[in-house]
Ligand binder design. Structure first.
Ligand code: AP5
Ligand code: MG
Length: 219
């Protein structure tokens, strides 16, 4: 099964994809996490990506498609978080999946209002090693700055600065919202209001995935 989790910055894609991966066994693939690992390793791709990421721009499609291509066929199924993010990427994914046995099964759009998104991102910190997200307000690490999951160092993301957040929201509207239209034109987007507690959102997502319900359920 292949599931695309879509939603603006701060919608909770990473938080929920981790939990869903644990509960279903599916592989969580986050292009943001993969890119941050490249940046941390100082690779050629990391050096290139850092500039785009720090200011909240998208990394070029060709780099992203090359990076993710080899991961999209996993026996336990995949949960895509942060990919595809442009129509070019969505078409490349469809083409790559034509070579395999299963297409995208579900596209889930997690919507959250803008004030809540900004609030979440201004409180977020992330483990630099295992990339577990924390909310410094409601779900901080037990020991400040230290990841509960792996003991790595927890810090605020450079692109969670207010000016980068504003730019990321615009980039989402301009380049990623059209991906939703692309999938809706195929009739397969499930809408989830991703407010409420993380447990409540997890419950909604689990039900949606369990039902395996294709078809448009637009607002
Ligand atoms: P990426 O890392 O994908 O960032 P994003 O899409 O902007 O999304 P976020 O990770 O900010 O939010 P999220 O939805 O995962 O929310 P989270 O669970 O952390 O991408 C970063 C950059 O990489 C991009 O800007 C771009 O440069 C590049 N990039 C990545 N993919 C790319 C691609 N395909 N093409 C080109 N470039 C690409 O939650 C946020 C906070 O809210 C946390 O603190 C969390 O604890 C809290 N929270 C979660 N759920 C709840 C809840 N229900 N209630 C209250 N708080 C909650
Ligand atoms: Mg994320």
């Amino acid at each position: 099964m292949r599931i695309v989790l879509m939603g603006p910055p701060g919608a909770g894609k990473g938080t929920q994809a981790r939990r869903l991966s644990e509960s279903t066994g599916m592989k969580h693939l986050s292009t943001g996490d993969m890119l941050r690992a490249e940046v941390a390793s100082g690779s050629e791709l990391g050096l290139l990506a850092k500039e785009f990421m720090d200011r909240g721009d998208l990394v070029p499609d060709s780099n992203i498609i090359a990076m993710i291509q080899q991961h999209i066929d996993h026996p336990a199924g995949i949960l895509l978080d942060g990919f595809p993010r442009t129509v070019v990427q969505a078409k490349a994914l469809d083409e790559a999946l034509e070579q395999t046995t299963t297409p995208v099964d579900q596209v889930i759009h997690m919507s959250v209002d803008i004030d809540e998104l900004v609030k979440r991102l201004s409180n977020r910190a992330l483990c630099g090693d295992c990339q577990t997200p924390y909310s410094l307000e409601s779900d901080p690490p037990s020991q400040p700055g230290i990841c509960d999951n792996c003991g790595g160092s927890v810090a605020v993301r450079v692109d969670d600065r207010p000016e980068a957040v504003t730019h990321r929201m615009k980039v989402y509207q301009d380049l990623t919202a059209p991906v939703l239209d692309y999938y809706k034109s195929h009739g397969d987007v499930v809408e989830i209001v991703a407010t409420g507690s993380p447990d409540e959102v997890f419950e909604k997502l689990s039900q949606t995935i369990k039902s395996g319900m294709p078809g448009v359920n637009a607002n």
